[in-house]
Design a protein around this ligand. Structure first.
Ligand SMILES: Cc1cc2nc3c(=O)[nH]c(=O)nc-3n(C[C@H](O)[C@H](O)[C@H](O)COP(=O)(O)O)c2cc1C
Length: 207
């Protein structure tokens, strides 16, 4: 798959995850190796970790925490979300325990308070997360971030997985082979609408 295709067709896959196909560890290792080449802010590269969960009972408990928070959020704010996206998110949350691998990117340390440090902290994790998702896509796998439990069950999941108190779960990804290979670029706002020149909200220069 060429780079542009991977970059434009790596979608959040929820309904088209193959819940019955085993994901070999050597395939994941290749993707993690690729993700390790992602940029990170100086010494923060050394603070990044992955925790992969395959154990059925452990996944079921994480899925229950996720679902509890997600269902409560949807009951309150579900009407603000597009119906298709909501149905897709619901499907994943309700089947999270059946997903072959849950991958939790972590940072050693707790999130900082100021914008500069936050930028470096989370910005040292998400490039690796996205590289991982791209590498999965290139190999016929798919993923979706599904981090609802972080809202009020981060410590419960930390206790379940033995994650120390000073380690932060940055996110959680559901990982599986996909039931189809073809995905399309998503509808997004045009570059011309979201790009300003020299000052905020300025129009594109003529010519
Ligand atoms: C930081 C971040 C957090 C996200 N959290 C969730 C989540 O908790 N549940 C979920 O279903 N999708 C989550 N997503 C995926 C977005 O909903 C998804 O990227 C968006 O719907 C656009 O779809 P696409 O990725 O297929 O282009 C998250 C994405 C990002 C970047």
């Amino acid at each position: 798959m060429d780079a542009e295709t991977v970059l434009t067709t790596t979608r959040s896959v929820r309904r088209k995850l193959d819940l019955d196909r085993e994901v070999p560890q050597d395939v994941l290792d290749d993707c993690l190796r690729i993700a390790q080449q992602a940029p990170a802010a100086g010494s923060m590269a050394a603070q990044f970790r992955w925790l992969l969960v395959r154990d059925a009972e452990t996944k079921a408990r994480i899925a229950a925490y996720n679902r509890e928070t997600a269902e409560a959020a949807w009951a309150k704010y579900g009407h603000l979300v597009e119906e298709r996206a909501l149905a897709s998110a619901r499907h994943l949350v309700r089947n999270l325990d059946r997903v072959p691998v849950l991958a939790i990117p972590c940072m050693i340390g707790r999130p900082p308070a100021d914008t500069f440090s936050q930028s470096a902290y989370f910005g040292s994790a998400y490039p690796a997360v996205w590289s991982f998702q791209l590498a999965l896509r290139d190999r016929g796998l798919g993923s979706s971030i599904c981090g609802y439990h972080l809202q009020d069950h981060e410590t419960d999941v930390a206790a379940l997985l033995g994650i120390p108190a000073d380690v932060t779960q940055v996110s959680l990804l559901a990982v599986a082979y996909t039931t189809q290979r073809d995905f399309r670029p998503a509808a997004r706002p045009a570059v011309e609408e979201i790009t300003y020149f020299d000052s905020w909200d300025s129009a594109r220069p003529r010519g």
